[in-house]
Design a protein around this ligand. Sequence first.
Ligand code: G6P
Length: 613
Amino acid sequence: MCGIVGAVAERNVVQILLEGLKRLEYRGYDSAGVALINNDALSVVRRIGKVQALADAIDDNNGKGTTGIAHTRWATHGGVTEANAHPHASEGRFAVVHNGIIENHKPLREMLKAKGYTFNSDTDTETIAHSIALIMQTTDDLLSAVQQAVKTFEGAYGTVVMDKTTPNKLVVARSGSPLVIGLGIGENFLASDQMALLPVTRRFIFLEEGDVAEITRTSVTIIDSTGEKVEREIVESNVEHDAGDKAGYRHYMLKEIYEQPHVLRNALKGRITADGLEDGIFGQSSNENADDIFAKTKYVKIIACGTSYHAGVTAKYWLEQYANVQCDVEIASEFRYRKSFVPANSLLVTISQSGETADTLAALKLAKESGYMSSLSICNVDGSSLVRESAISFLTRAGAEIGVASTKAFTTQLAALLMLTLAIGKHNNMSEETNLSICNALVTLPAKLEETLSLASEIEDLAEEFSDKHHSLFLGRGDQYPIAMEGALKLKEISYIHAEAYASGELKHGPLALIDADMPVIVVAPNNELLEKLKSNVEEVRARGGIMYVFADQEAEFESDETMRVVQVPHTYESVAPIVYTIPLQLLSYYVALIKGTDVDQPRNLAKSVTVE
Ligand code: G6P
């Protein structure tokens, strides 16, 4: 989704801004732009398409400036056009970039038009630029103008403003869209994601909700939502600088698929052994002790979006089967707008790769006001809004994930949720046998994933048969049903083939009507107690002329024939089978997308981090 980079320095900042935008490309966008102040002159360059198109349009005339802002836009209000791309300017003097949505942009637009401002775009963002210009008629202080302006905005914003008449200054405001200030030596930076600034600094200040800040080359002044000047903690980032490199892989997605054994080892390190879970592994930012909370927990509510939601659905099976605790899972955008009941001793669990998903953050905020005993976030980004706003947090340690289609973030979330199952189960009569079996399963999981990755060439071969298909059906049962959902999501995200997932017991209630030779049916078949039921479902498909691709346990006795192609998956513990079976489905979608020639890492219309509603 939209990305922001800003810099105020003594040197020309254009390359810093372009490099920052390139490092944010993974978030998904459709146009890009940059505004620079050079000797009191303001230049704005914008292009639709890739950041490279913007870089190609920059030359000696328009590419110089010691203060600048840059943006990648993911269209919400107004189509994908150069006129709608950011930065937006007013009076040829002020330039603005913005992430989020100004929901009351229509009345603001009318008011500003009545005051004589001309709009050059269909965006909500342009109202910010003209609002600042209007207020600056009565003050010469940009910081105070931004403070006044944001009081008139409804909705979400992370915004940066500059004024060519005060060239060594950026003013920023955050409400609902993250912003981070990067501290340099004699120069300072700003971005919507620290990743953009890693080549220039590792020292960051994460702005909080309602903060407005003024950034110059040598100072950072932050005013909080109450109007008080505040000091915020400086955080030294430990995110890998080279996380932006493909390390020889053709795509980030493939690199991230192959990284899974390694990141799973990291995720488990110091947290679990074959003998049990280590103590105190669920960190907290409040005074609450996580283990005390787990001991009291009678109900778990999981909230998430997208792939993270599928991790949550899998965890429901685990928490109810192994930890003997009731659990419900809900999509954040649904939860935040409906009345729901909160049983006594309820624990809220949010799951998010980025920790910045607008709907998940809003759901957390709502839940905190509605009587949940405590909140736990399972998240991949330390210092993210979700981590900071939850009472307890557990980092998945997947490392930076660049591919829009989530892979390693998902499998590490699942490992985290299995550890949570152990932590809660310990207080709910989980047998020692179950505890040890899950611990063993997790400890041996990275090696099992390595073995499973060796199926890649077989799956690549199988993917050939998909490239001309328009629809597909994914089937699973029990805790493999959410894995089928995730497999279908991966395929549609990156190959644009319509894919639906069904709990295979539901086949005869509708989807069987779709079965023919043009509708491949992908079946996830581990060797568990539902195997015989699943085999009956497979026969139902076969009897109707369906073509199946079955990912089956080596011991499940499935054999390839003219209607069924079987890929044998290494035998594994039942508890971690959902994690193991995720791998072949990731590889399948990757190789299908490769054959179809789609933009694997930045699929059309999608964003990595969805920071607007
Ligand atoms: C976007 C991404 C998905 C991700 C979802 C939730 O849709 O493209 O890959 O699963 O957001 O993101 P989160 O960061 O909250 O896990």
